[in-house]
Design a protein around this ligand. Structure first.
Ligand code: FMN
Length: 300
């Protein structure tokens, strides 16, 4: 089986999950990163299965992945699935794929199911190392299970009723418009900047340029946070999201191997904000148990 995963990812979480699909699927899997910096995308007709991956932004897919699926050619029939990452397992996030499902279905893509994987936040606040480790370990188990389901040709109902989705379109409109207007408020602190140009090289919308030795941020920002998250000297300020900035990779594979970081921390000893994630991990455990897979927490 030949599989292509078309993935938009601002700070790497969704790409990390895509890499798990590549690891666990018994197939020839290619990953195409949706970015202005990537070359032309591989046409879907050469593949047996199409995956579309994105991070949830304000209960919606980010603008670049919507534009991308609009640019996909119509097909006679192609099996497809959607995977998405987000900072919370809230069911308010469940409606996020409806727009993509509509566009893809009209073009002949048969979406068999979608999967939601919770990953450490890239905005609002930084998850603790222990929480990030737990999310990453669960992400692996969930993708492994999903890859089995793919090979069993599992199908699920994906369309949602209006009362569960009505808030998504206005929020999408607001987030997209706001991101463009707000873009130029990003700034680089020249005293901290080490001139590595990583922000320029990483921006998927080519929104950052250097003019007379100064970094300029334009109106094409989609609030992916790739620039500020990946800045090695934390030199980028993010306009009104000043108090929501998260900087620096979570080093997920290193965390996983680090035995000094406790696992599992949720649900057994859930404290404060961790309690919000209790339900998500419980639901994951139930799904894994139902499929006859070991619960990640039970492996210790
Ligand atoms: C602008 C923006 C909006 C976000 N909105 C949501 C949201 O509505 N729900 C949520 O659970 N997480 C939200 N997040 C968190 C991301 O979905 C999450 O960290 C995701 O895994 C990032 O994936 P990436 O690294 O592939 O970009 C948001 C992040 C950003 C930057």
């Amino acid at each position: 089986m030949k599989v292509i995963l078309y993935v938009f990812s601002g700070t790497g979480n969704t790409l990390s999950v895509a890499a798990l699909y590549k690891k666990y699927l018994d197939a020839n899997v290619e990953i195409y990163r949706v970015s202005e910096k990537s070359g032309p995308f591989p046409a879907p007709d050469g593949y047996d299965l199409i995956g579309v991956g994105y991070p949830i932004h304000a209960f919606n897919p980010p603008e670049p992945i919507i534009k991308f699926v609009k640019s996909l050619p119509a097909v006679a029939y192609r099996r497809a699935f959607i995977f998405k990452t987000s900072g919370e397992g809230l069911h308010l996030n469940d409606c996020s794929s409806q727009k993509l499902i509509k566009i893809l279905s009209k073009k002949g893509y048969d979406i068999a199911f979608e999967r939601h994987i919770v990953m450490p936040y890239n905005m609002i606040y930084r998850h603790s190392d222990a929480m990030a480790k737990q999310m990453w370990i669960y992400a692996q188990a969930l993708v492994e299970l999903n890859c089995r389901e793919i090979s069993e040709r599992k199908r699920e109902k994906i369309k949602q009723p209006f009362y569960k989705t009505f808030y998504a379109p206005p929020l999408r409109w607001l987030e997209q418009k706001f991101a463009h207007i707000h873009g130029p408020l990003f700034r680089v602190n020249a005293k901290k900047c080490v001139n590595c140009n990583r922000c320029v090289n990483i921006c998927p919308e080519n929104n950052i340029r250097i003019e007379n030795g100064k970094f300029k941020f334009g109106h094409r920002c989609v609030l992916c946070m790739g620039c500020s998250f990946n800045c090695p000297s934390d030199a980028i300020s993010v306009g009104i999201f000043k108090f929501w900035k998260v900087n620096g990779s979570y080093r997920l594979t290193e965390l996983e191997k680090d035995d000094s970081i406790p696992f599992p921390i949720v649900p057994d000893k859930a404290k404060g904000m961790q309690r919000l994630y209790k339900k998500y991990f419980r639901e994951c455990d139930e799904r894994l148990e139902e499929a006859g897979m070991q619960k990640p927490g039970a492996r210790n």
